[in-house]
Write a protein that binds this ligand. Structure first.
Ligand code: SF4
Length: 342
């Protein structure tokens, strides 16, 4: 008989299950707390659960149904995990620690592979395998917490996959992260390449995370060349959706912009971006291109071009950061996740 996966159950479903096996409700409360708050790795960790029940759980249940296949450590302390799911497919999660901050951020995957085909992205190149269910997304956080014994404080959906292309599961995962793992919605970021109708839907969701948009060019033709999503959702439509997100949530949006040498890092590109962002409440994150793929002609931007680009945006009144690169030496940086089993 297949074992019951307890992290898949809501609190109410766990109570029903525990009552159905003839145990009292408070046992469900104990087990729930061990799984979601106290980082139990196995049922024997649950020391206040009576021995007979632990024996039953060992025989009939599992906490999770995925496992860590490999773990790589970058020279900057970033950890990249390859998670193996029950069907043998893999997705990655990346844990980032910043020495000067107490935050511990995890970047999670929402799909195995991705359909969006962005030209600078290793995930996009490998195609799409399947959506991850909500509990499979959240399992990445539980596994990494179990492995490190550290409490994750921030979650970003920037791993493999386009979160808004797996919207129902991602919405459920947001609830689990907020309610079960008790991570504030302020500390949760969803990154999208610009699935316009879903941005409107997310703005009306019960919980609205920070929205990060992978823009990478404010010019329709250039964007179309590097991001096929632009063919379906024109940048003018994207702008309307971002203004709506600002209005509905009152939150600032993060604009992600990968700077690719000579392609989108010129003065004209910066001025076009400034015009596009007029009226949008946002911060801008510039990301120097990581050379991931051998078969495109993209290059890293020169430092002086990057600084000029940043200066022009700042002069327009925007807050701009150049993203700290994390884990580039283990292919854990932006656009490098490809679900490779080692
Ligand atoms: S950048 Fe994001 S949306 Fe684009 S292909 Fe890669 S994973 Fe998919």
């Amino acid at each position: 008989m297949e074992k019951m996966i307890l992290s898949k159950l809501s609190y109410e479903e766990l109570i029903d299950y525990i009552l159905s096996i003839g145990e009292k409700k408070f046992r469900a409360e104990q087990i729930f707390s061990w799984i979601w708050k106290k980082n139990a790795r196995c049922f024997d960790d649950m020391t206040d659960v009576k021995k007979e029940l632990r024996t039953f759980l060992n025989g009939n249940c599992k906490i999770l149904d995925c496992k860590i296949k490999t773990r790589q450590i970058s020279s900057d302390g970033t950890l990249k995990y390859l998670i193996e799911y029950k069907d043998g497919l893999y997705a990655e999660a990346v844990l980032m620690r910043f020495d000067n901050r107490s935050n511990l951020s995890i970047c999670v995957s929402s799909q195995v592979g991705c359909k969006m085909g962005c030209k600078f992205c290793a995930t996009g190149k490998n195609g799409f395998k399947r959506n991850l269910e909500a509990y499979e997304i959240v399992s990445q956080i539980l596994l990494v917490q179990n492995d490190t014994n550290l409490k994750i404080t921030n979650v970003v959906f920037m791993g493999q996959g386009e979160p808004l292309d797996n919207f129902e599961n991602v919405k459920k995962a947001i609830l689990l992260i907020n309610k079960n793992l008790q991570i504030s919605i302020r500390r949760l970021t969803i990154s999208t390449c610009g699935i316009v109708p879903k941005i409107y839907e997310l703005a009306k969701n019960e919980l609205t995370p920070t929205l990060a948009v992978s823009l990478h060019s404010a010019n329709h033709q250039t964007r179309e060349k590097i991001m096929p999503v632009e063919k379906k959702y024109h940048i003018d439509e994207l702008k309307k959706a971002l203004l709506d997100y600002n209005k509905e949530t009152k939150d600032r949006i993060t604009i992600e912009y990968i700077l690719i040498g000579s392609l989108n890092d010129t003065k004209e590109c910066a001025l076009e971006l400034i015009r596009f962002l007029e009226g949008i409440k946002c911060n801008i994150n510039l990301i120097p291109y990581n050379p991931v793929l051998d078969d495109n002609n993209f290059t890293r931007p020169q430092k002086k071009d990057m600084m000029k680009f940043k200066y022009l945006l700042e002069a327009s009144g925007k807050k701009v950061t150049i993203r700290l690169e994390r884990g580039a030496d283990i292919d854990a940086a932006c656009g490098q996740l490809a679900g490779k089993a080692l």
